[in-house]
Design a protein around this ligand. Structure first.
Ligand code: SF4
Length: 377
């Protein structure tokens, strides 16, 4: 069952004003409530002292503020922080909810209500302090990538817009954070299979704080997809904000891709290239290719040559990510010399390539690991 009350983190100025007007409240109440939530960081209606006591009561009873509980909070030695949130009711798991006709790999459980989100501190190339929120879009994941802990057990539900935004709001309130500068949809779930909730969440994140938003630049919000060609085209058509698109390629050819990513059986790299080139023509924005390097599987020189071809066709940047091992999964972290040689081949082919720093390894920051470990305990 989806929670019946509207969620504050999905309200626009228009919807919250209408909600207040329906209750006979003065017009400026919506602005005051937004000010408490987004500027002052207060999500308890009872603490909103410039509202009348009866209004505070009504707000608490009829509007959802925080709809999950933090069941674990971990801090890594490099400052990365991870939250495991348990939502107060389950999502809806059915095939339609994936937004595609693709089957849910691993089944639909409705057994877990937990998702993870991570705050990763870093310095940008220009030396500015960057605080990146990595958020989940679904409970579990329907894609079932063989190397990923999030897909174990299939899909348990979709997160609503409010719950996606709530993750960023919570991360901003952790010790030593203050302000989130970047958001990546790289936590649990395939964002484009929860299309409406994710795109609406982006709109709320990018809205100014006095307009019911988090005030994060849309260019600093990255939607990362495993590759749904139709959904990529839809995003190019429907998303009016200049978000960044990342494609989780993870393999240089269809054979390896299908071994690693079950949903790759329903599409080809050629299909993805066609969708990505439509994205580029429509938006003018380059795509980033994400490539998880798995020791002995996709980290050899011939794989780098193949990947370079794909990247050059797309004029895409490549991020190489060294795999973080997950207990019970038959994949290993690649050797440092293999990663360097791989990067060098891409560079020689004039591909803009970075090795993504591994963050939070001591708290198992790869998506789904904490939830998986808790479930095993
Ligand atoms: Fe889902 Fe992403 Fe994990 Fe694949 S890597 S199972 S798409 S969360």
């Amino acid at each position: 069952m989806i929670h019946p009350s509207p969620h504050i983190f999905e309200q626009t100025p228009e919807t919250l004003s209408a909600w207040c007007a329906e209750r006979g409240w003065p017009k400026f109440r919506a602005k005051q409530v937004f000010d408490w939530v987004y500027a002052k960081g207060v999500a308890d209606p009872h603490a909103m002292s410039n509202l009348k006591p009866a209004e505070r009561e009504q707000l608490a009873a009829e509007m959802n503020f925080l709809s999950g509980d933090t069941v674990a909070h971990q801090m890594a030695t490099d400052g990365t922080q991870k939250l495991l949130i348990e939502w107060r009711d389950s999502g809806v798991a059915n095939r339609e909810s994936t937004g595609t006709s693709l089957p849910i790999v691993g089944g639909k459980g409705d057994t877990s209500r937990q998702t993870e989100c991570v705050m990763i501190p870093a310095e940008s190339e220009e030396g500015a302090e960057r605080k990146t929120a990595c958020v989940s879009s679904q409970v579990g994941c329907p894609v079932g990538c063989r190397f990923c802990a999030s897909g174990i057990g299939g899909l348990d539900g979709n997160l609503s817009t409010g719950r996606i935004v709530e993750q960023v709001w919570r991360l901003a309130r952790l010790p030593n954070v203050g302000r989130i500068s970047n958001v990546v949809f790289m936590g649990m779930g395939e964002p484009l299979s929860n299309f409406k909730a994710v795109t609406d969440a982006v709109r709320r994140m990018a809205a100014p704080t006095d307009q019911g938003g988090l005030g994060i630049s849309a260019r600093k919000i990255t939607i990362s997809t495993v590759g749904l060609p139709q959904a990529i085209e839809r995003l190019a058509e429907e998303m009016e904000l200049p978000v960044t698109l990342a494609l989780s390629l993870h393999a240089p050819n269809d054979d390896i891709r299908r071994d690693l990513i079950p949903w790759a059986n329903y599409t080809t790299i050629q299909d993805l290239l066609a969708a990505c080139s439509k994205w580029f023509s429509k938006t003018g924005r380059e795509i980033t290719l994400e490539y998880i390097m798995l020791g002995g599987i996709n980290d050899q020189k011939q794989h780098a040559e193949e990947l370079a071809q794909v990247a050059r066709t797309l004029r895409a940047n490549v991020n190489l990510i060294r795999y973080n091992e997950v207990a019970g999964m038959p994949f290993s972290r690649p050797r440092t010399e293999d990663v360097r040689a791989f990067q060098e081949i891409l560079r020689e082919q004039r591909v803009n390539v970075h090795i993504r720093a591994s963050r939070g390894r001591d708290i198992a920051a790869a998506c789904g690991q904490l939830r998986h470990e808790k479930a095993q305990a």
